[in-house]
Design a protein around this ligand. Structure first.
Ligand SMILES: Cc1cc2nc3c(=O)[nH]c(=O)nc-3n(C[C@H](O)[C@H](O)[C@H](O)COP(=O)(O)OP(=O)(O)OC[C@H]3O[C@@H](n4cnc5c(N)ncnc54)[C@H](O)[C@@H]3O)c2cc1C
Length: 301
């Protein structure tokens, strides 16, 4: 089968884009490497109708429903190369196969780089958390920490008291300014300036953190904002323009989710400053709809 659209990445954003295109009866190839960003968590929260499901179950059901559309082909694999060739795009998939289409939707997501602190990586997605809206409810009432690794960290620490008793760990790097200090104090946030040097407890549970000065502070969960990078080089290979996001680069798109490269659309975490499953899915819908409209109105790019 020849394809009209290739969707690269098959989780919230990619499946949502492909679903719109499938329902518009377009021939779609979706290629997915099967490593979604939230795979470290046991449960995904806040996605309508799927609250508390495992990330794997949500993805599997999304693929099952998409596969019922006769114009859709789903392939497991990684797109390792992508380029324009005249009016088309050509992708190379692990194993050596090449496929072509008039449009590309990039939904490849991002990868996280965590601070190098012993015991932190092993607890990622379990008791080391990125987002209180996703996982705060499950740790509410506990002793909570915010590990500063970004100028926005003090702002995040002001929100966390809604879930539990909060300590802001400056890591001796992100001392709050006067306004932040007033805000943290008003919210009852404790400030700890001796850096966290180790996370303690029966992994993946967190029981305490050890500080540089030797003290041990009891803690049930800690929030941290990882630095992010593109999960795949395909956007760069296609020549897409990037913007600086708060935590790492983002693919630049217009309101219609088209990138700086005509015929290439992008959605989800790779193209958005706010990272959330529902938002990724919504932007995938936008990308799918606008991709379809561009095919309908101007089939060649
Ligand atoms: C630990 C953790 C827990 C989270 N929990 C929640 C939560 O509970 N609720 C919530 O709303 N949000 C949560 N999030 C945020 C949420 O995971 C993301 O916003 C969402 O997954 C983004 O969806 P996406 O489709 O853009 O990317 P992803 O979900 O990361 O999916 C991208 C897909 O593309 C594939 N891919 C990448 N490159 C290629 C390639 N070259 N070829 C083929 N396939 C490729 C990947 O393997 C992956 O399957 C969490 C994030 C983290 C880090």
């Amino acid at each position: 089968m020849s394809f009209e659209v290739i969707v690269i990445g098959g989780n919230f954003a990619g499946l949502s884009a492909a679903m719109q295109l499938a329902r518009a009866r377009r021939r779609v190839l979706l290629v997915d490497a099967g490593a979604p960003r939230n795979r470290f968590s046991q449960a995904s929260h806040g996605f309508l109708g799927q609250d508390g499901q495992t990330p794997t179950a949500i993805m599997r059901e999304g693929k099952r429903q998409l596969s019922l559309y006769p114009t859709v082909t789903i392939r497991d694999g990684e797109v390792v190369q992508a380029r324009a060739d005249g009016d088309e795009f050509v992708i190379g998939i692990t194993g050596g196969d090449e496929e072509r289409a008039a449009r590309i939707v990039l939904a490849t997501g991002i990868s996280d780089t965590l601070p190098e602190i012993p015991g932190l990586r092993d607890r990622w997605g379990r008791s080391v958390l990125h987002c209180p809206y996703c996982h705060g409810y499950e740790v509410s009432g506990g002793k909570l920490g915010v590990l500063a690794n970004h100028p926005h960290s003090a702002h995040a620490a002001m929100l966390i008291p809604d879930w539990g008793e909060t300590t802001y760990f400056t890591q001796a790097l992100f001392e709050p300014d006067e306004g932040q200090l007033a805000g943290l104090t008003a919210r009852g946030v404790r400030i700890e300036r001796s850096p966290v040097v180790e996370l303690l407890g029966d992994t993946p549970r967190l029981e305490a953190v050890r500080l540089g000065d030797g003290r041990v502070v009891r803690l049930d969960a800690v929030f941290v904002a990882p630095k992010t990078a593109m999960a795949s080089p395909v956007a760069e290979q296609l020549g897409c323009v990037f913007d600086d996001g708060p935590f790492g680069p983002l693919i630049r798109t217009g309101d219609n989710k088209e990138t700086s490269v005509k015929g290439v659309f992008a959605a989800g975490d790779a193209a958005s400053a706010m990272h959330n499953a529902t938002l990724a899915s919504a932007s995938g819908v936008l990308a799918g709809v606008h991709c379809h409209q561009s095919l309908a109105i101007q089939p060649t790019r």
